[in-house]
Design a protein around this ligand. Sequence first.
Ligand SMILES: Cc1cc2nc3c(=O)[nH]c(=O)nc-3n(C[C@H](O)[C@H](O)[C@H](O)COP(=O)(O)OP(=O)(O)OC[C@H]3O[C@@H](n4cnc5c(N)ncnc54)[C@H](O)[C@@H]3O)c2cc1C
Length: 437
Amino acid sequence: MSKNIFHETYQQRPFWWDTYDPNMGDAAQANVPKSARVCIIGAGYAGLAAALELARHGHDSVVLDAQMPGFGGSTRNGGMVSGGVTIGKRYSGTNSQDEMKLLLSDAADSFSTIERLIQDENIDCEWRKTGRLVMAWTPSHRRAMEKKLAGLNEHAHSGARLFMPENQREHIGSDYYYGGMLVDRSAHLHPAKYFAGLMAACARHPSITICGKAPVTKLTRTGNSWRVETARGTLDAGDVIIATNGYTGDLTPKLKARLVPLGSFIIATEEMPEDLAHSILPTDRSAYDTRRVLTYYRMSGDRRRFIFGGRARFGMFDATEIAPVLHRQMTDRFPQLKDVKITHAWTGNVAFTFDEIPHMGQMDGMHYALGCNGSGVAMMTYLGTQTARKIAGKANHRVAFDTDFPGMPLYNGKPWFVPFLGRYLRTRDWLDRTFAR
Ligand SMILES: Cc1cc2nc3c(=O)[nH]c(=O)nc-3n(C[C@H](O)[C@H](O)[C@H](O)COP(=O)(O)OP(=O)(O)OC[C@H]3O[C@@H](n4cnc5c(N)ncnc54)[C@H](O)[C@@H]3O)c2cc1C
């Protein structure tokens, strides 16, 4: 069965790389300079946004990546952009209402930041502000959304409203859910074209150097500056920003111990006939569901292919191994796609935090912007930008995500518990759904 779900052109690589392949750039040739005002480790959205903002304030920087720039989540994601709806998705309520307001308000600001950046830098990345659907896995999940609605609309200006199962077909070609929520202030884009646009914007600033294939192996504080050792030379920098998100490693063990890396998986389908393609998401919105082991999906920019993702398995698996699981989840929701084949499957790392919110801040003198919790297109752009403003002394407020970054006793960054967690969450999802019927 799993054999004939693959199209004859099937490739295990991101669909987005057909347009922009990060491996094809020339960043591996750029020499690592001897010094820079700021050294940014990790060339994804956070790292490049930080470099651009520093350049705007007259500071030079070098951005180093262990692989080629864009190798991480920033050219692999679903391209779904929101400003707040995912904040506090499973928020424990340990933070006060006031803190929640500030988090939502800054999350809304992240949406404005990315929208402005795309406009200012003239980035052609298929930006579509069509809104987002949050689909209810159970009736009680829809009722929980009702409680979130006022906060989202008041503090994140989300333009959110609920819809019932009987109106579901106006939004989605599926009867699988128990209604949901429509969030107007959301968008989708081509993630690799957005990344390519950031690279081009950086290239317009002579004060920014981007070096690929330059893994940072050691960081040493020397007085007020840093000695940064890489596989391609050593440099001195006044400040360091860690922007390694789901790829954070032993270079920064304390930060690694505050993050749980998880693989997220996506399949892209072959091009479909127009009427079939339009039947899936008639208003071209992106969507995710409220399952604990969530799925998320959208149409490609030309609205001919379905891009369907999820955390189908917890752990680091091969994307081709997971593709049949995603294909089954896709056809459970959209049975009309049973004969549609997969042309691409891929994976990338996201980074979860123990309080389920992203973080920026300083630890042992180094700055960091980390912990996207699965939603980082706008947020990591924002945290990179805000970290740069902080370094340049240009921050106009204390960002709500610049707060205590909790770890977990006995956890050192090796997520041994993740497969058990996956099984537990799948069981909870199954129980919720079974008893909802
Ligand atoms: C499959 C998938 C789907 C997703 N879908 C969405 C979505 O639809 N919407 C959304 O908002 N978010 C989504 N995300 C999350 C989003 O992609 C990330 O939050 C975002 O790209 C993170 O950007 P970043 O710059 O922080 O890190 P990354 O882009 O991950 O970059 C980190 C970089 O650090 C480098 N690095 C690590 N260690 C070192 C070292 N020692 N020296 C030098 N370099 C190092 C890595 O090589 C890597 O390139 C998804 C992620 C994945 C993987």
